[in-house]
Design a protein around this ligand. Structure first.
Ligand SMILES: N[C@](CCCC[B-](O)(O)O)(CCN1CCC(O)CC1)C(=O)O
Ligand SMILES: [Mn+2]
Ligand SMILES: [Mn+2]
Ligand SMILES: [Mn+2]
Length: 304
């Protein structure tokens, strides 16, 4: 594939420093060369720079609203440009609030799309249901048409409108939902493969059903991958680790199968935080897994 890399060193969707170092760590682990070695034509658009705001007081308990809104407006423009260049966009985070701009910009370029959200969390809290006020737990609520009436007007968010339908959303790896999220996900009828379904059905069946659904809808696919979907034993260097996650093999299998659909049109890889890894080895395991997941999206096959 023709691939366009965008680094988004942004951390204000959550309280822990370090996640802004993700893009350069993933590059340093050799992503570009590895993608090229397996036959992709890759252009690295570099890292976005985000304006430092003096004033950004919480709005109704929601933190860093203006910074997150501004960053995502920038990111949306950047992703749209990469898509208009005829490339599959790869957004390297940074925290998961960046999915707002990434998915918005992708949809601005290609129109209606499907979203596969691989995460321990649903990230669908609204500004009114969030238990923490952290916007990395809320991106999906800004993107879903069905939640439009539930989203308050927030400063620096007026540039965006919802662009995803719940019937075009598939969750994989969920295991830590807040009460409001559980209600929303069940109400909206998004396709959910929590870790319970992964255990019950096996990853093979989960991906069979996921890919059937995607291929029936035939829309371009946006894969938003939170490294905390993978078990913390493999990817401990992340902000909100939750035990009982996907194995390395399950995580890679997801990307291999999505690659096979030929529908992959945009990818996010987020929440790598080197300051959360207890050891250098833990950080490297996390970064290397993120790289391997991306390689799986772009043609790497374990069978060769
Ligand atoms: N759902 C959480 C975590 C969001 C994680 C965002 B990410 O992008 O990493 O998926 C809150 C999680 N929950 C809050 C109460 C605690 O006791 C347990 C964790 C939130 O802050 O909204
Ligand atoms: Mn997430
Ligand atoms: Mn998560
Ligand atoms: Mn339930």
């Amino acid at each position: 594939s023709r691939v366009g890399l965008i680094g988004a060193p942004f951390a204000k969707g959550q309280p822990r420093p370090g996640v802004d170092r993700g893009p350069d760590l993933i590059r340093a682990a050799g992503l570009l060369n590895r993608l090229q070695e397996q036959g992709n034509e890759v252009k690295d658009y570099g890292n976005l720079t985000f304006e430092e705001l003096e004033e950004d007081e919480p709005v109704g308990g929601v933190k860093h609203v203006r910074a997150v809104g501004g960053a995502n407006q920038r990111l949306s423009e950047a992703v749209r440009a990469v898509k208009m260049d005829g490339r599959v966009s790869v957004m390297l985070g940074g925290d998961h609030s960046l999915a707002i701009g990434s998915i918005h910009g992708h949809a601005a370029a290609v129109g209606p799309l499907s979203v596969v959200w691989v995460d321990a969390h649903a990230d669908v809290n609204t500004a009114l249901t969030t238990p923490t006020g952290n916007l990395h737990g809320q991106p999906m609520s800004f993107l879903l048409h069905e939640l439009r009436s539930k989203i308050p007007v927030l400063p620096n968010f007026s540039w965006m409108t919802p662009c995803v339908s719940a019937k075009d959303l598939v969750y994989i790896g969920l295991r830590d939902l807040d009460p409001g999220e559980h209600y929303i996900v069940r109400l909206l009828g998004a396709k959910v493969f929590s870790m319970t379904e992964v255990d019950r059905l096996g990853i093979g069946r989960v991906m069979e059903e996921t890919c059937d659904h995607l291929c029936t809808r035939k829309k371009p696919v946006h894969l938003s991958y939170d490294v905390d979907a993978i078990d913390p034993a493999v990817t401990p260097a992340t902000g909100t680790p939750v035990p009982g996650g996907l194995t390395y093999r399950e995580g890679v299998y997801i990307t291999e199968q999505l690659c096979q659909t030929g529908l992959l049109s945009g990818v996010d890889m987020v929440e790598v935080n080197p300051l959360r890894g207890p050891t250098e080895h833990a950080i490297q395991s996390t970064v290397n897994t993120a790289v391997d997941l991306l390689l799986g999206c772009f043609g790497r096959r374990r069978e060769g």
